[in-house]
Design a protein around this ligand. Structure first.
Ligand code: BGC
Length: 380
């Protein structure tokens, strides 16, 4: 009996040590054997729980959307989600088709930076019926119940910072009387954000327009309710360049323009091209104070060259991070963290607003280069 037992014990020891050997072999070249179990289980767990996320971006034409798309994809994939990222070439019909494809694919969450704030209503409602959770990215989805959350930078604050930058650059709050000539540009009329950018800036500038310190010689776009009439369709640089050419010819043949309020960088670049052709950039004709948004590489180069004054910096890494948090919380069935609501004319959409800041010649290196957003080479 004792002999039988000791044989049995010997066999068990042998079998156990064989298993231990296998486990170690499989685990190599991974770390210590006791961590093997955790290491093997971890990926399996993530794959099982992670979902599929469709990400729709408007266009590759503008640098920012390329960065947005890449950051969102990279950060979601790092968490184990499957990501389908699509660009729509600023074509609404393509974006509608992309939503349809995402429904067929059965994504769990759809992240949408729309081209036209209302054009997706029908197809998004189909998505919602299929149980897909919809996050509006950067641009709010208007006129629909099918918008569950909204992640963006604070759009009105973007305009407020631009307006305040003009006030500070001209010393208006310190009593500078000018008068300073100014023209106002606005974004694409189909983009709900454009209204907020305009409102934020015009609210800051109105007292100076009313007192005559700032003079809009064309008379166009001086109040909040006029922005669509001067809006540049599709945020096109060429559209802004044409309008600026016309304004310079019609109103600034004998006088310099001192300020141009531009809501973003694609417009600012068109405006700069018009100013360049009109001979700005000399002592007698210095470039006006010119605002922008996105810190697009070409605009940062213009800031360095003294052709554009500032650009709002909306770190796409921050927004991507927020979206990943939202997706995590949605799919874990947790409460989604928000800090605001935006009214889309049908419902109050729970929203998370990130905080924008501005970059100019004094701080662009610290903000954009030292933070690793751009390399110094990219800005040469
Ligand atoms: C975005 C801006 C961008 C503009 C043009 C807006 O909706 O918020 O960052 O410059 O679209 O693409």
């Amino acid at each position: 009996m004792a002999k039988k037992l000791s044989v049995l014990v010997l066999v068990m020891v042998l079998v156990l040590s064989m298993f231990a050997g296998c486990a170690q072999e499989e685990a190599t070249p991974e770390a210590a054997p006791e961590k093997t179990e955790e290491k093997v289980e971890e990926p399996a767990e993530v794959v099982e729980e992670a979902g599929t996320v469709g990400v729709l971006m408007p266009t590759k034409d503008l640098q920012r959307w390329n960065q947005d798309g890449a950051n969102v994809k990279e950060q979601l994939e790092a968490k184990g989600y499957e990501v389908d990222l699509q660009y729509a070439n600023n074509d609404v019909a393509i974006q509608v088709e992309q939503v349809e494809n995402m429904i067929t694919k059965g994504v769990d969450v759809l992240v949408v930076a729309s081209i036209d704030s209302v054009a997706l209503v029908g197809v998004l409602e189909e998505a919602k019926e299929e149980g897909i959770v919809i996050i509006a990215y950067d641009r709010l989805l208007m006129e629909t119940e099918a918008c569950d959350y909204y992640a963006t930078f604070d759009n009105e604050m973007v305009g407020t910072i631009q307006g305040q930058y003009i006030v500070d650059s001209l010393g208006l709050a310190d009593g500078a009387e000018g008068p300073f000539t100014m023209e106002v540009f606005a974004g694409s009329p189909d983009d709900n954000n454009a209204k907020f950018f305009n409102k934020g800036a015009i609210d800051v500038l109105t007292p100076y327009i009313e007192s005559g310190v700032l003079v809009v010689k064309s008379g166009q776009g001086q109040t909040n309710d006029e922005w669509t009439s001067i809006g540049i369709q599709g945020w096109k640089s060429e559209g802004a360049q044409n309008r600026m050419d016309n304004l310079l010819t019609a109103f600034y043949a004998d006088e310099n323009i001192d300020v141009v309020l531009s809501p973003n960088d694609s417009l600012a670049q068109g405006i700069t091209a018009a100013l360049d052709s009109a001979g700005y950039g000399t002592e007698g004709k210095p470039f006006p104070v010119l605002t922008g948004q996105d810190c697009d590489i070409n605009s940062v180069k213009n800031i360095i060259a003294g052709k554009q004054s500032m650009s709002i910096f909306k770190d796409t890494r921050t927004l991507a991070d927020r979206v990943v948090t939202m997706v995590d919380q949605i799919l874990a069935g947790e409460e989604v963290e928000v800090n605001n609501v935006y009214d889309n004319n049908v419902k109050e959409v729970p929203s998370f607003l990130c905080e924008p800041v501005f970059a100019d010649i004094d701080n662009y290196e610290a903000l954009l280069v030292d933070s690793g957003y751009y390399t110094a080479d990219q800005l040469n």
